[in-house]
Design a protein around this ligand. Sequence first.
Ligand code: CP
Length: 312
Amino acid sequence: QRHLLGIEPLRPDEIGTLLDLADSYVTLSRRREKRSSALSGLTQINMFFENSTRTQSSFEIAGKRLGADVMNMSMQASSIKKGETLIDTALTLNAMHPDLLVVRHPHSGAVDLLAQKVNCAVINAGDGRHEHPTQALLDALTIRRAKGRLHRLNIAICGDIAHSRVARSNILLLQKMENRIRLVGPTTLVPPVLKEFGVEIYEDMREGLRDADVVMMLRLQKERMDGGFIPSEREYYHRFGLDAEKLSFARPDAIVMHPGPMNRGVEIDGTLADDINRSVIQEQVEMGVAVRMAAMDLLSRNLRARPTELSA
Ligand code: CP
């Protein structure tokens, strides 16, 4: 692949190859000396048009660990604020010959559009409600390391599915790996039409979690609710917030995941989120760096295999 724009075009064997490489980068990242030269001589630009803590910092750390020259565009201080378009911004940066662009944008499809206009590799760091491929890959690596496999697991994805690019990318990836997916939440946030994806849908949290191997909680994304239905947080926590009592319906060794940022006391009990016997939320963050190292390493191999487009 030239770009990493979504999970949809990836084959299971390509996902497996990326996760195997990411495993080796977990080992590297746990050493005192963490450097590799996989991206040496390459330029990586991170363009985040939406706020981020985990994704942006882990892409920066990943690029630096691999020896790239990494630049973080400050979108707040850029000419976007003077009305310059996304495409003109991309073309301007493209003229500086970057090798990798990492882009997050609030509009679904914006990153795909940008990828058609530039010569370098583009990684989607989250576009609107569409996809967040590296999140799904880091979640997959976390599950594979915790459960010893990434197939034939009961996986419950709970909460605000309707507004979630994380849910969409995870459903695509986990189905490719032949897992059983249940979506759990109120019908306003888990529309019945999602059954077309071949998932099971539950409105009762205890039924949805029964015998689950993995419980993945999602944030209520009020910023994408456009003034529509916004549940009362208290009522939502009572019915759909994960606590020890609801988790007791899952398998005794079920792991608890959350992509972050978390609303403690809204979609998840804070004590449970911090329980290192059940929660793998900090592991997810660690796997984020390794998966992004692997993704950029693999894309850079394709870049180096292409003839240079520079002429004298
Ligand atoms: N999970 C995730 O994408 O987190 P950030 O928004 O902090 O990058």
